[in-house]
Design a protein around this ligand. Sequence first.
Ligand code: ADP
Ligand code: MG
Length: 663
Amino acid sequence: MINRLRKFFSAPFQLLLVISFSLIAATSIAIGAWAISYTINNYLSEAMNERVARDMRLAETFYDLMLDEIEGVTATLSKDPLVSEHLKKYQEGDINSQSILTEQIVDQFSRSPLEWSHITAVLDKDCNLVAGYQKTTGDQLRLLESDSNWQCLDLVRNSISSDRSLSETGIIPVELLSQVGLADQARITIIDTPRAAPKVFDSREGSAGLAMVSVSPVKDATGEIIGSVTAFHLLNNDFTLIDSITKNASIDSATVFFGDLRVSTNILNAEGNRAIGTRISQEVSDVVLHNGMEYVGPAFVVDQEYITRYDPLKNHLGEVIGILYVGVKQAEFQRLINSFNQRISLVAFGMVLFTIIITTPVARAITRPLDQLKVLVDANRRIAEGDMSVRVPVRAGGDVGLLETSFNSMLDTLQATQDQLVQSEKLASVGQLAAGVAHELNNPLGTVLLYSDILLKELDPDSPYRDDIEVIVNETKRCKGIVSALLEFARQYQVVAQPTDLNALIRDVAEVEIKHYPDSLVEVIYDLDPSLPTIQADTAQMHQVLVNLIDNAIEAMPDGGELTLRTQSKPTGMISLEIADTGVGIPSENVVKVFTPFFTTKPTGKGTGLGLAIVYGIIKLHRGQIGVRSEVDKGTIVTIQLPIILQDTGKATPLTSIFEESL
Ligand code: ADP
Ligand code: MG
């Protein structure tokens, strides 16, 4: 598997690219995913808060509805003329009136059987109970004993004194609850709750009751207040309101607090019972009970986290006496967030995977030139090891293709130069050797020539040895010629620059040289630039150059032809000289050899192969250029370029060393 991977990422650079691309993609995708997730989380939590706010509005509506209905009962009864008439009569001493009042209350119940009213009572002006019923569980009505006084309820007193119907969430003291038989229902054992305030908010918590209370004053025919109808619904341990809120409005959880004590709730404790008797955390209590403000936010309720809202419950005087709470389980919210985050992560992961898949071929395309460069590097190594035959395959197009082409042509040049270098080294040492030998031979040859010459002169004209001696003299002269050519070649050359009229020099040399070949049918054509400047050159050496080149040209045309001598001035501070013939030409494999010393194609005794070598040396000493173009059977053109102004080198140089330097 790993091997396959390694093969897949053939170059480490490619792997690096894939990893970097993927990292960049992963980072930006991660940041994007985080930003989206953050925004959505915020949005969801806002939506959750809004939902809780809506739940609270619903709960309050239910709460107000219930209070309204209780108020409806008291208002209807208080305006009933029979109630007013018989309350009056009762106060005037008519005991029978009490039973009529009781009947009226029962009648009211039968007309609109109210779910939520534990106590309905008719009180006299001094708050003494005249007639009343308690609705017991199972909707039974129980007649109240008529010896209780309700003076203790502020709401009753205030309703009578202000001549108005009043409703509130109020506190019913334990004494009154005992008189009407509700003390047991109201009693709640306070459970120690972690994070609750050290002291309860209201010392009556646990015994007194939280209730929805409504009072409507009763007037006689003259409009004078003679008493009231009072009804209340005890909230302690009663779940009518809470269940109706949670079921009808599909609210997760709702609770009514008396002070900081849970008196009615749908939240269950660990045992599966309603969590009555536990207390609110101090943090919430401070905000809602002490400061009278609502509390919104996440909170730990009984056994788990809820997104909560707590609104204060106030009595008719505006005092905070309890709390209405609604909440949504955070687990639900968390589930939403989790599923959303899961989806985002999945998409992000998919995108990274996609990037890797896309990146791999891209990285391959990017690194392909590197593979090609590897071929170049390999070739370089082989060259360093001495293999000059290496060439890289040129693949079409691109910068790398260009590089490959120039690499190959550089190698071609390098190889040619190296071949030349080897050749010139060989030639230079051969030249030096030959020059040394020639020097040594020069003196003995002179002696041989001198004595054979004397011998020839002293010999009798008819001597049979005469022919032989003549052969010795001639052959010795030929040897002398070769030796002096060799010495010429090995001579120390020093350029003595002087103004030279090249055109005139050409005419002089050509006229003299053509006479050396009396049988020749060569026609000389002068194409000399009249505006050719006088150049600085060593005239004697230039003379020698022209002699050698013109001789070669004439010798190349044994059957006659045209010898063209051409000069031209150049704009670059140079002049050019061309010697062109229509002779036998030079085969292309020989063109490179013609300047090498001792290269000759002429028969023994005719050529020394040193003519062009000397020409080459002299032109180089003059800082000039020389080149040969030739075609077999068509002719040859030798081209020379020379500077017009020449700095005198002042230094004697043997031509052999010029070959060492530059061939
Ligand atoms: P040599 O004339 O003694 O042979 P050179 O150095 O002058 O020596 O010339 C070398 C060789 O170059 C000649 O033998 C000949 O083969 C060739 N060569 C030189 N000039 C010409 C020419 N103009 N046409 C044809 N071949 C030439
Ligand atoms: Mg020659």
